[in-house]
Write a protein that binds this ligand. Sequence first.
Ligand SMILES: Cc1cc2nc3c(=O)[nH]c(=O)nc-3n(C[C@H](O)[C@H](O)[C@H](O)COP(=O)(O)O)c2cc1C
Length: 174
Amino acid sequence: MSSRRPIRPGIHTRGATEPEADALSPDLLREAFSRWASGVTVVAVRDEPHVAAITATAFTPVSIEPPLVLVCIGVNASVLPLLEPGARFAISILSEKQRRLASIFADTGPLGREYLERDGEPLVIGAPVGFACTVRDVHDGGDHSIVVARIDRLVLGDDAPPLLYCGREYRRLQ
Ligand SMILES: Cc1cc2nc3c(=O)[nH]c(=O)nc-3n(C[C@H](O)[C@H](O)[C@H](O)COP(=O)(O)O)c2cc1C
């Protein structure tokens, strides 16, 4: 009997062979995950007198009632220690015109803070959507933590087309 196991029942690669579970290398997974298209957000949290902020594509709307979203945050990300249950923070959805901000906030360091609201939650100024949130739960997610947050306040800006990310590139709709 063969000892080969599919990665998951019902999930197949395109060729005749299926990688064994052991063949789920980080590179293979990165390639698979890179084919997922998403929007782009900035997750920012005050750490007075500073603000920690990162670019994050692992954002998902979760619930209308109660209003919940989630974002997956890398275990080494600067913002993660600040996102304990009860912490207030901001998630901003970027428009296609804010592509440069996605690069700025993906960098480690303090650049780009002038693009965030100075008072209240550090939302990205001019973003099509801003969520002021409170962390509800933080779940283990392997090399990321899954942060489930309640939306306290919603800021709807211009209905500008969203910035997209797919295939390791920023893209526009169409
Ligand atoms: C397009 C893109 C999407 C990203 N998505 C996430 C994400 O969903 N979650 C996350 O923790 N980091 C994500 N990152 C990485 C962070 O933006 C950031 O680079 C990383 O946390 C290092 O910065 P830091 O030292 O300030 O934490 C993404 C980076 C890029 C360029």
